[in-house]
Design a protein around this ligand. Sequence first.
Ligand code: G3P
Length: 217
Amino acid sequence: MKFFVDTADTSEIKDLAATGLLDGVTTNPSLILKSGRPMREVIEEICALVEGPVSAEVTATEADAMIAEGRKLAGIADNIAIKLPLTLDGLKACRALTDDGHMVNVTLCFSANQALLAAKAGASFISPFIGRLDDVHVDGMELIREIRVIYDNYAFDTEVLAASIRSANHVKDCALAGADVATVPPAVLKGLVKHPLTDKGLEQFLADWAKTGQSIL
Ligand code: G3P
């Protein structure tokens, strides 16, 4: 499973890119607002930090305007994935932009039927929002499982990009369900490495090593 980070905070992205574990970045208008920076400037910087896909979201709601915005965003860098909402206009724009050869991430997906439509429209990524479904007492992970089955039934190339991830358990369950990608907030991504027994074990090994009085180098 690939890891994308869900943020427009470039210092977090720089830190995570240095680990070699980062496969891409997703942003949305709320994350751009949180960054407090102009969208174009922040997206340009992210695209230079990360080789993989960087999702940048359109804000128009009508297909022709979405296509124009998408083409402008795609002009920022070769690794832009144009993010479009899951509406009829969004799907129309998806077909046009993928026919142009651009990567498209169809976002705000809350049902398997929506995901089926996005795949038929040629999307490179579908973004089902797990956490927001859990928030309204619907099992978000079940949606990932359903989309996986449907995409495999018809050999769709569209990658399942699990989004709105809130916890380490979400990440593990996405991997078990066969999501292609998980986009994860920086704190959750960094938290995946932690285990108290790892810390305790390392402390013991280092203490015992110090007692030997030896050095490897
Ligand atoms: O980028 C879209 C998605 O990951 C949003 O997550 O936590 O705002 O539901 P959240």
